[in-house]
Design a protein around this ligand. Structure first.
Ligand code: AMP
Length: 420
């Protein structure tokens, strides 16, 4: 038997209502902040991600689904969205039509990671990207939207962590200070951190290894070596967050080890989902557009993992969705009437009602069972003496009350349902 690929999942009909609930909240909040939806292809040229995310990152070095297509081009299933949005901005010169572009997206992503609870190989993210301004109010806006979405879902056990990476000049100076400190402990670092010492020293802060964490506990912090401009930017972000009643913590160890990241980084973690606790993360990337061949256009964005968010919602029982109901289940009393009942159902559906009926020639009893299973608000009995009188019997499944209605009086049928 062929099964779904490891790390991928079917989202079955029974789970769709909670996905739609989440998507509605996402759409609603982004549109209130006037963000416009963007949809980009599922795959891109591999070079796009290699150049934007960076060759030394885990994503590019070991997690991408890349393959050579039949034309000989190396393509990659998108592992994240920022690069694709920036590519689209540059390709369509969107900055010329609008100096500030605010985008949001909901999309599947692909990374060949080790699957575990909250970590998949195909997963879904929603997120936002703003291109065209370095205003710290936008850094705050991004965090406010992420927080508002999570709290609209009813999540309470969440923590917002923020940090600033400043501008590259002060960061380069700081890297020397960090290297000086780490030289003393170089032998004690894990193999991976030893590699990062040369390639991407800031990311040693991300290490989950005990030995590294002990050393990093006392490491000098970037935030203590920021220049005045960066500190002022960070201060404005904090003031805007306080003004919007966003509770936050400063996490000086929250780094994104890429050169084009600047100023704000943030993460929202959940205290209810175990080890894979990051629900979303983002930051400012003022140098990325240029890196990808575009103009000097600052940007900021975030991405949130939908599977993990839904897991957190489940663990916190933060919302419940109403069972999907249908308006009417038509119980056909005589088998030879099915054609007529079918036509009747089509007419009711075209009048806006959610209607179903039996396609398996089942007994009246079995049809009633089906009506209950489908959570039908009403059952229409189609047939018998009533039909000879051009009437149907309509039963309210909650109260048990039955009324006779003229077969062609669709308005009355609708009125009865709405009046319930
Ligand atoms: P990133 O793009 O790595 O900053 O991730 C942003 C968010 O996407 C994370 O906080 C997670 O919630 C989610 N995420 C990242 N990778 C995975 C994965 N493999 N499976 C499920 N969710 C993920």
């Amino acid at each position: 038997m062929i099964k779904a690929i490891t790390g991928t999942r079917d989202i079955l009909p029974q789970d769709i209502p909670k996905w739609k609930y989440l998507e509605n909240i996402v759409n609603g909040i982004f549109s209130k902040f006037n963000y416009k939806e963007i949809r980009t292809p599922i795959f891109e040229e591999t070079a796009l991600f290699a150049r934007s995310i960076g060759e030394t990152t885990d994503i590019v070095s070991k997690e991408m689904y890349s393959f050579i297509d039949r034309g000989g081009t190396s393509v990659t299933l998108k592992p994240e969205m920022t690069a694709a949005v920036v590519r689209a901005l540059i390709e369509h010169s969107l900055e010329k039509k609008q100096s500030l572009n605010k985008f949001f997206y909901i999309s599947p992503m692909f990374r060949q990671e080790r699957p575990q609870a909250g970590r998949f190989r195909q997963f879904h993210q929603f997120g936002a990207e703003v291109l065209g301004s370095n205003d710290p109010l936008l850094d705050a806006e991004i965090i406010i939207m992420a927080y508002d979405i999570l709290s609209s879902l009813g999540l309470k056990k969440i923590v917002v962590k923020i940090n600033s990476l400043g501008v590259p000049e002060s960061r380069e100076k700081y890297k020397l200070i960090l290297a000086e400190y780490l030289k003393k402990y170089h032998d004690k670092l894990s193999a991976q951190s030893k590699k990062r010492f040369d390639s991407n020293i800031l990311r040693i802060f991300d290490s989950k290894e005990n030995q590294d964490q002990k050393i990093m506990e006392h490491a000098p912090l970037l935030i203590e070596h920021l220049d005045d401009e960066s500190l002022e930017h960070f201060e404005k972000v904090k003031v805007a967050l306080l003004g919007a009643n966003i509770p936050f913590e400063i996490d000086a160890k929250l780094v994104r080890g890429l050169d084009y990241y600047t100023h704000t980084t943030f993460e929202i973690v959940s205290r209810s989902v175990g080890s894979q606790s990051a629900l979303c993360g983002g930051g400012r990337y003022n140098l990325l557009v240029k890196e990808l061949g575009g103009g000097d256009i600052p940007g900021i964005g975030f991405a949130a993992g939908m599977e993990r968010i839904l897991l957190a919602c489940e663990n916190e029982k933060s919302f419940s969705v109403k069972e999907e109901e249908i308006d009417i289940y038509i119980v056909t009393l005589e088998k030879e009437l099915i054609q007529k009942a079918y036509q009747f159902a089509v007419n009711l559906r075209r009048s806006g009602l959610i209607v179903d009926l039996d396609y398996l020639s089942r007994s009246v009893k079995a049809q009633m069972r089906e009506a209950n299973k489908a959570s039908a608000k009403f059952v229409i009995f189609f047939g018998g003496n009533e039909l000879n009188q051009k009437e149907i019997v309509m039963k309210d499944m909650k109260t048990g009350v039955q009324v006779n209605i003229k077969f062609d009086d669709v308005d009355k049928i609708i009125f009865t349902i709405k009046g319930r």
